[in-house]
Design a protein around this ligand. Sequence first.
Ligand code: F6P
Length: 519
Amino acid sequence: MSMRLRCDRTPAWGVLRQLFETRGRTLDLRQVFATDPGRFERLTLQAPHVFADLSKNLVDETLQAALTELARQCGVAAHRDALFSGQHVNSTEDRAAMHWLLRQPVADAQALPLPVQVELRQVHAVLDAMLAYAQAVREDVAITDVVNIGIGGSDLGPQMAVLALDEFADQGKRYHFVSSVDGHELSQVLRRVRPESTLFLVASKSFTTLETMTNARSAKAWFQAQGGRDIARHFCALTSNVQAAAEFGISTTFGFRDWVGGRYSMWSAIGLPIAIAIGPQHFRELLAGAHAMDAHFRIAPLERNLPVQLALLDLWHRNFHGFSSRSVAPYHSGLRRMQAYLQQLEMESNGKRVDETGQALPYATSPVIWGEPAANGQHAYFQMLHQGSDVIPVEFIAVKKVAHELPEHHLKLLANGLAQAQALMLGQADPGGHRHMPGNRPSTFLVLEELTPTSLGALIALYEHRVFVAGSLWGINSFDQWGVELGKVLAKAIEPRLESGDTTGLDASTAGLLKRLRS
Ligand code: F6P
């Protein structure tokens, strides 16, 4: 395992604490822009397919250098290299985290350790087979509906990407995503589809997840009750538990390895709905975009490394300024599931209170991630962003060129994004009045040339690596999720009690609610 040092145990941490008192706490964006004409150039970064303006954040050159020094002292580069050489960076589950390998071209295999080369060959074998299958489904006009049954990482990435890449999608088919065990979801979809024209994709890394297995069983029962016979044609499993899929009765399966974390899995067989929607060539472009960002993360110096610099700002906001959330503001309706995707990616990865060795952390970790496509957000919660008592950093995502034929709409949309970021920073003076807006509220502005498979791949990989770096600085394992287990265990125990009404030994609140829900 690489040498890592928790952020608070580095000399740089102490330096940052001092700098926060002497210049961080009082930094005024309006002033620093007025006195530093080179600020925008210095605090902007062009990574593959993603341009980032970091200049409206509460840092200056000195602070940025001190933050970068923190990354150096924490051993972020060595930890990153451990990730990319297949070491078991997921220490509590004793596994590698090699989602990056899913987008690695075969041609680059020689640079990898031998066991990883073997994995890469398997990755490409599955990818080729899965893309051939996706193409066959695309050509099969009898299949009009593709229903993905999966939850968490087996839902959010594919759903987000299929929506984002709608312009590239085969419009001859409809794509449905059923995730919750709430029967409304599945029954709504089943009302709209017919067994002979539907392909069900059962997506579950473990193939044991309660929601997914319940939905899959109900879908299969519905299919058979409607006279459907050919399970092999109408059901396909995407899983690393091939055996469980076979026992369930599904013979068409695309697998992936346990070193693919659920929330990092859209590049694996879990991406099949994306591949069916946009086609094999575009799916390869999605992988290529992510790979370009991997290469940037691996080789760009820390000062010009976008995932590193974003993660350092995240830490600066969270641990020094004490900002407890970040709002994601995509100015493109195709990115309307982005915040849901990022919620899992960031909060399931870095919502931890102990370090890798199990010691309680003396500082805060993952902020709350939230938001909406921002044109809507502006008419809902932006009031709070501008005048509320909490300072909430905002991350704008804008796309320069769009495909629709309403250019004046796009102009207005972009103008609104720029204006909101400007208003957050500038504020408005109305001393003592209700129109006063304090301003000096930080934001980051990301720009994509176009929303394509390539740029989406790069953007998502950027977020993955940023989360990794933040976790690295905080000294936590970003790849486990033990916190979700207790609720699952308790739900299993409560289910039969809901049937029987037995409340013995339950706390008064759970017992009272259980009785009320039964009566
Ligand atoms: O409950 C959390 C979780 O384990 C996520 O990490 C995962 O993405 C999701 O459940 C679904 O798991 P699976 O793909 O195994 O069904």
